[in-house]
Design a protein around this ligand. Structure first.
Ligand SMILES: NC(=O)c1ccc[n+]([C@@H]2O[C@H](COP(=O)([O-])OP(=O)(O)OC[C@H]3O[C@@H](n4cnc5c(N)ncnc54)[C@H](O)[C@@H]3O)[C@@H](O)[C@H]2O)c1
Length: 361
């Protein structure tokens, strides 16, 4: 199959859909791989690295789309790309159709086959192509939190791990899924005094078994959160209620009971945020302060570490990309139920129920 990876053109998107290791695996299986010149540079992969493993470099995005049967990328195509997509072309990338009517219409009109990373689903209902980004965001939330707790960055000036003779910082993690677990683990590793709250008691039992001893677990409730935020130095918002807007677990009223210079990192901002006072921010302007509490609400946290994020994402996507290339999408989706769940739009028709509901009722 002819496979193409264009350079991402969405603002501040530095990841790339295929790494040299991925290209090498595809080329060894007899496929032709086109990489747009410079596509991997922001993730740390030079054109030379791609050439060495057998990629064909093409100078323009137009040529990559024109030459390829399958496009493997990261973000949904944006407007300048719409006209480049060909009928029957397979697009394997994140789409998030339900929140984007313009994209949905453009992909229907294109007649392409859109297989969305975010809906590839395993039998246990986990989402294998979303997990890596949650892992990155969870770990990053502590790194960013630690940074903004520093006095010159607006925080109260506390070191997460303390030092001998000085208490560590208190970190409160709301939600014990992928993001929350990684955040708690990172904070614990730095020596902080960590409390993780979730509504699922079985999940808390599991986490209290596997996480270090400086992580305490609590059943999440409005009362418990109101009490805990008063003494927290860093609060991480990591809840998810599938298919719904995030609940406002920390209200504006609670904010006024918090310490000045405390930091809140709302990872759930992409689902509306789990603090009432959250609004989306960007890597260029990541924080703002309300009631003396620093808010960090970047909606694409993994974008700050494209090297790690690209590797984490492509580790998960590559086996599926290889199967699609070897078998073609129809056969691959027939033999692999996980991939089949990823089909969102097929040659002009919405086939993913939640997307159909969002636009056709
Ligand atoms: N900002 C970013 O860059 C970025 C990156 C990756 C993920 N995310 C977002 O982070 C959020 C968490 O993702 P995840 O992969 O960890 O989800 P997940 O489904 O693995 O975990 C969510 C957890 O929240 C818990 N929860 C639900 N309601 C709760 C409540 N009231 N109190 C406490 N816990 C509650 C659930 O029991 C579950 O354990 C999602 O909104 C996701 O979209 C954001």
């Amino acid at each position: 199959m002819k496979i193409g990876t264009p350079k991402e053109i969405k603002n501040n998107e530095n990841r790339v859909g295929l790494t040299p290791a991925g290209v090498s695996a595809l080329v060894k299986q007899g496929h032709i791989v086109y990489i747009q010149e410079g596509a991997g540079v922001n993730s740390g992969f030079s054109d030379e690295l791609y050439l060495k493993v057998g990629a064909t470099l093409l100078p323009s995005i137009e040529e990559v789309y024109a030459a390829s049967d399958m496009i493997v990328k990261v973000k949904e195509p944006i407007e300048p790309e719409y006209r480049l997509i060909k009928k029957d072309q397979l697009l394997f990338t994140y789409f998030h159709f339900a929140s984007n009517a313009g994209l949905t219409k453009a992909m229907i009109d294109s007649g392409a086959v859109c297989l969305a990373y975010e809906t590839v689903e395993k039998a246990d209902r986990s989402l294998p192509l979303l997990i890596p980004m949650s892992e990155v965001a969870g770990r990053m939330s502590i790194q960013e939190g630690a940074k903004y707790l520093e006095r010159p960055n607006g925080g109260k000036g506390i070191l997460l791990g303390g030092v001998p003779g000085v208490k560590p910082a208190k970190v409160l993690v709301l939600g014990g899924g992928v993001v929350g677990t990684q955040a708690a683990w990172m904070a614990a590793g730095l020596g902080a005094d960590v409390t993780l709250a979730d509504i699922s008691l079985p999940r808390l039992r599991y986490l209290s078994d596997v996480l270090p001893k400086n992580v305490k677990t609590l059943v999440s409730s409005e009362y418990v959160i109101a009490e805990e935020v008063k003494s927290a130095d860093l609060v991480i918002g990591a809840v998810l209620v599938t298919g719904a807007k995030a609940p406002h677990l920390v209200t504006a009223a609670m904010l006024s009971t918090m310490q000045k210079g405390a930091v809140m990192v709302d990872v759930a901002i992409d689902q509306g945020g789990c603090f009432e006072t959250s609004r989306p921010t960007t890597h260029n302007d990541p924080i703002y302060t309300i009631d003396g509490v620093v808010h960090y609400c970047v909606a694409n946290i993994p974008g700050a570490v494209p090297y790690t994020s690209t590797l984490a994402l492509t580790n998960a996507t590559l086996p599926y990309a290889i199967q699609l290339a070897n078998l073609g999408w129809e056969k691959a989706c027939e033999v692999n139920e996980e991939l089949c769940k990823g089909l969102n739009i097929v040659k002009g028709e919405i086939v993913y129920p939640a997307v159909r509901e969002a636009f056709q009722g």
